[in-house]
Design a protein around this ligand. Structure first.
Ligand code: PLP
Length: 398
C-alpha cells in the first residue's frame, strides 16, 4: 500500500522525483512557505475559512452527476462526472487559487504573481486577488494570449496586469520563467501562486492538498449514491493538479484503478504531442525533477496539444512516482479524439467540456465499453468549454 505520510518527504521528494532545484535567492522564501503552510494546515481557523470560502464563493461541493445517456450510448460501466466545470471561473483551478491567497494573506504579502497557460489559472488568480484587494500580475505566453483572448480580457476586467512573454515557444514554460524572475526580485512583498502540482517543493504538495477536496467529495458522494467505491477514476493530466486532487483520497483503496490522460496531440512524434510518459526522460525543469520531453541534446522539446492547458513539457513529480509504483496508469488521447469527445459529451449530456477535460472523456469513450454494467467509473470534468468555443468552432464548424 502507498505510504501517504511520505508523500513527499521533508525535502519534497516523491521517491527519486521532486525536490527543490531553485536559485539560492529563493530558498528562504520556499522554506518560509513550507513552514507557514504547515502551520496553516494545522490551524482550524484557516481550514474553516477555506472551506467556507470554497462553499460560499466558489460553489462547492460540486455535484457527482450520473451521465445517463453517455452510459447508455457506450453500453458499459456506469459513468459519473465530477462537475468541477460548475465552479466559479469555470474550472478546478479556483480551489488552489483560493487556498494560496488565504496563505499569502496570512504571510502578510501585498502582491501576487502567477503564470498561466490556457488562462484559467490566471483568471482564477485575478479573481481571488480582486476579492482580497491585492495587486496582481499575470505572466502569459504571447501565443497563449492569442489563443485565449477571452481569458486575457477577463483578467484585465478583474484588475490584473497581464504581461506578454515572447521568449521561446511563448507558452507556459516561458511564462513560468518570467514569473520566477519576478519572484526572485520581489520575494519580500510577493507571493507566487503556482497553478499546478509542479515546480519546487512545497508547491506540488500545497497545490495537491488544495485540490484534495475534489476526491474527498467524490468519495463521499459515490458512497452515498452507490454504497460502494468506484472501479475506475479518470482525469486529464497537464501538470497533474486536477488528477491528483481526485485520485489522492482513493490511493489506499486497492480496488480503485486510476488513469491519468495526457495530451497525444497529432500523435506520438517528437514535437507533436505533450505525453511525457510516451518517450519522456528523467530531468529537471523549473524547480523539480521529473519526466520531461527532451531531444537528444537534452533540450526541452517543443510540445503540441489542441488544448493550451495540457501542453507543458514536464509532469508533476508525484505522478512520476505513483506511475513507478504501478498505482496510477497513464494513457493519452490525441487532438482528434479529444475533439470527438468534446462533441460527444456536448450532444449526449448537454455539457460542453473544456478541451483539457475532453481528453479524459476520450479515454472514457475508449474504456467504458470494455467494462461491465455493474462497474462504476468517475471522470473529472475539470472545466467547462466556454473558453474553447471560438477555437473549437474554427476546427469543427468550418
Ligand atoms: C489547467 C487545466 C487543466 C490542466 O491542469 P492540471 O494541473 O493537470 O489539472 C485541466 N483542465 C482544465 C479545465 C484546466 O483549466
Amino acid at each position: 500500500m502507498i505510504d501517504l505520510q511520505s508523500l513527499p518527504d521533508q525535502r519534497g521528494h516523491f521517491g527519486p522525483y521532486g525536490g527543490m532545484f531553485v536559485p539560492e535567492t529563493l530558498m528562504d522564501a520556499l522554506n518560509t512557505l513550507t513552514e507557514e503552510y504547515a502551520k496553516a494546515r494545522a490551524d482550524q481557523t484557516f481550514q474553516t475559512e477555506l472551506s467556507d470560502t470554497l462553499r460560499e464563493f466558489a460553489g462547492r461541493p460540486t455535484p457527482l452527476y450520473l451521465a445517463q445517456r453517455l452510459t447508455q450510448k457506450l453500453g458499459g460501466a456506469k459513468i459519473y462526472l465530477k462537475r468541477e466545470d460548475l465552479l466559479h471561473t469555470g474550472a478546478h483551478k479556483i480551489n488552489n487559487a483560493l487556498g494560496q491567497i488565504l496563505l499569502a494573506q496570512r504571510m502578510g504579502k501585498k502582491r501576487i504573481i502567477a503564470e498561466t497557460g490556457a488562462g484559467q489559472h490566471g483568471v482564477a488568480t485575478a479573481t481571488v486577488c480582486a476579492r482580497a484587494g491585492l495587486e496582481c500580475v499575470i505572466y502569459m505566453g504571447a501565443v497563449d494570449m492569442e489563443r485565449q483572448a477571452l481569458n486575457v480580457a477577463r483578467m484585465r476586467f478583474l484588475g490584473a496586469k497581464v504581461v506578454a512573454v515572447t521568449a521561446g515557444q511563448a507558452t507556459l514554460k516561458e511564462a513560468i520563467n518570467e514569473a520566477m524572475r519576478d519572484w526572485v526580485t520581489n520575494v519580500r512583498s510577493t507571493h507566487y501562486i503556482l497553478g499546478s502540482a509542479l515546480g519546487s517543493h512545497p508547491y506540488p504538495m500545497i497545490v495537491r492538498d488544495f485540490h484534495r477536496v475534489i476526491g474527498e467529495e467524490a468519495r463521499r458522494q459515490v458512497l452515498e449514491k452507490e454504497g460502494r467505491l468506484p472501479d475506475l477514476l479518470v482525469a486529464c493530466v497537464g501538470g497533474g493538479s486536477n488528477a491528483i486532487g481526485l485520485f489522492w483520497p482513493f490511493l489506499q483503496d486497492d480496488s480503485v484503478r486510476m488513469v491519468g490522460v495526457e495530451a497525444g496531440g497529432h500523435g506520438i512524434r517528437p514535437g507533436e504531442h505533450a505525453a511525457r510518459f510516451e518517450g519522456g526522460k528523467l530531468g529537471v525543469l523549473q524547480g523539480t525533477k521529473t519526466y520531461l520531453l527532451t531531444d537528444e541534446d537534452g533540450q526541452v522539446q517543443l510540445t503540441h496539444s489542441v488544448s493550451a492547458g495540457l501542453d507543458y513539457a514536464a509532469i508533476g513529480p508525484e505522478h512520476a512516482y505513483l506511475r513507478d509504483q504501478g498505482r496510477i496508469d497513464y494513457a493519452y488521447a490525441t487532438d482528434e479524439e479529444a475533439l470527438d469527445a468534446f462533441l460527444a459529451l456536448s450532444r449526449t449530456e448537454g455539457i460542453i467540456p473544456a478541451l483539457e477535460s475532453a481528453h479524459a472523456i476520450a479515454h472514457v469513450i475508449k474504456t467504458a465499453q470494455t467494462m461491465s454494467s455493474d462497474q462504476i467509473l468517475i471522470v473529472n470534468l475539470s472545466g467547462r468549454g466556454d473558453k474553447d468555443v471560438a477555437q473549437a468552432a474554427e476546427i469543427l464548424l468550418r
